[in-house]
Design a binder for this molecule. Structure first.
Ligand code: HEM
Length: 465
């Protein structure tokens, strides 16, 4: 019997068995999949867009198949039903992150939440992040900062609009998102990296790229020392820039630290630093790793999601017009959108869901130990979605499908134990910025470009701009 003859649950049990068997008796079979080369396995089948390559392979080998990436055996799941098996039914077995040279080098030996191996340390810092940094109260405490920054952003765009200047909205939104993140994490938005030639955003971007690239050294460890792709050198450079910056931030905070007046995330973490009588025993290196998590988690993700949504709206003028009408009806034309308006903007909610279905910010979810899911493919699965390639926000009108990880056909924030802890803040930022942009301006493409000519091809990374 081949795995293709099994139904999904049986197939899953079969995979678990196959893994166990692999450890105990080397010769038991694994699920089917493409034949690999000696040593390299199937690495050469993964190109510039791994989520598309894995999707293509899934159309050939089915919803669960096996590939070997160098020496790393990997199961690929590509339907909502198979993803649920890994993210819910058996999530405990699959909540680990794989070893990654980038995480080791840049994320302080995997001390950050994002790349920490699953276990007590990860549980503690996840609890710290959820209960002390990303709780509803904490997110709410930065409301006026968000409002001020958004106001400045809209004013600068208004000036550009009055003088009919062409604006690179992606850069502007990324700057807004960076400013909001830096203010929330360390209370200062003008902090630049110590590297003269690169802005902080560029360094973060480079770090995320390095974390996402298929690094041959992670799959064929013997050649790691040769650094054939030159990634090791780039990682060292990026981690040096981050470390100098974070050291400086912590030093400055320590000098004026007041336990009773905690202004930003670094203050909150300093209150626990080297405190033995707490659940959250963290030292300086843990704090630096979490600063990085919070900055990377909030900067690029939200701005990328905004960029995709505005692009989708430009490509679909009908949807843009309908959203503008909702904003006009609910808010009127005399004031800016406020956070308290968001629960009343139902069509906006559907637009964001649709944009995140078609253009998930993390198209492969994050790297997971032993398995991968090209979420990008799940969002376009013809068995789950009617006209999957079309942008139709109305599909969510009568539907209870949500973004929070309970519905496995729509997982832009992941699901289960490793699901995104910043979902509340991320969604809030994306909704607010998109609403404000669509409410305040009429949008058009430059130089008379037609919506059909808008290039929606992605560039692969941990997030997908
Ligand atoms: C639109 C905004 C956002 C999107 C689309 C997004 C998406 C994701 C995804 C897909 C994952 C991986 C889930 C998995 O592996 O199953 C993740 C994890 C994570 N996100 Fe977000 N995220 C966003 C905003 C944020 C924000 C604002 C923060 C924090 C300030 C954040 C911090 C994190 C962290 C720390 C993890 C790793 C969690 C762990 O491994 O335990 N994210 N996010």
């Amino acid at each position: 019997m081949s795995p293709n003859d099994l139904d999904t649950n049986e197939a899953f049990a079969y995979i678990l068995h196959a893994y166990k068997s692999k450890c105990n008796h080397k010769h038991k079979p694994l699920p089917s999949g493409p034949k690999g080369l000696p040593i390299l396995g199937n690495l050469l089948m993964i190109g510039e867009f791994p989520h598309r390559d894995l999707h293509r392979l899934s159309t050939q080998y089915g919803p669960i198949f096996y590939i070997r990436l160098g020496f790393i055996p990997t199961i690929v799941v590509s339907t909502p039903q198979t993803a649920e098996l890994f993210l819910k039914t058996h999530d405990l077995s699959f909540a680990g992150r794989p070893f990654s040279s980038a995480a080791k080098s840049i994320s302080y030996d995997q001390k950050g939440l994002t790349f920490a191996t699953y276990g007590p340390y990860w549980r503690n810092i996840r609890k710290l992040c959820i209960s002390k940094l990303l709780s509803s109260n904490k997110v709410e405490s930065f409301r006026s900062m968000r409002s001020t920054e958004l106001g400045l952003f809209i004013t600068s765009l208004k000036h550009a609009a009055i003088s009919r200047e062409i604006v690179n909205v992606s850069n502007k939104v990324l700057s807004l998102s960076t400013d909001m993140s830096c203010l929330m994490v360390f209370g200062n938005k003008s902090m630049k990296s110590s590297d003269d030639h690169k802005g902080f955003q560029d360094v973060v971007h480079e770090g995320m790229k390095l974390a996402a690239i298929f690094n041959i050294a992670d799959y064929i460890p013997y050649i790691g020392l040769l650094d054939v792709q030159g990634l090791g050198k780039r990682m060292k450079e990026v981690s040096k820039v981050f470390d100098e910056l974070f050291e400086k931030i912590i030093d400055e905070h320590v000098k004026v630290f007041d336990k009773d007046n905690q202004k930003d995330f670094v203050d909150v973490m300093l209150a626990f630093m080297d405190e033995k009588d707490t659940d959250f025993f963290i030292d300086r290196s843990n704090i630096k790793a979490i600063i990085l998590d919070m900055l990377v988690g909030s900067m690029d993700t939200s701005s990328t999601a905004v960029e995709w949504t505005i692009s989708a709206l430009l490509k679909n003028p009908r949807v843009m017009k309908k959203l503008q009408e909702e904003l006009e009806r609910v808010i009127g034309l005399d004031r800016l959108v406020e956070e308290s308006d968001l629960p009343n903007l139902e069509y906006l909610d559907m637009v964001i869901k649709e944009s995140m279905r078609l253009y998930p910010v993390a198209p492969l979810l994050f790297p997971m130990k032993q398995w991968k899911t090209p979420f990008w493919a799940i969002g376009r699965d013809p068995n789950s979605w009617t006209d999957p390639e079309e942008c139709i926000p109305e599909r969510f009108m009568e539907s209870r499908i949500d973004l929070r990880g309970q519905d496995f056909q729509l997982l832009p924030f992941g699901s289960g134990r490793r699901g995104c802890p910043g979902i509340q803040l991320g969604l809030l930022a994306v909704r607010l910025i998109v609403a404000q942009l669509v409410h305040c301006f009429d949008w058009e493409l430059p130089n008379g470009m037609s919506p059909d000519d808008l290039n929606m091809t992605e560039e692969f990374g941990l997030t997908m701009p």
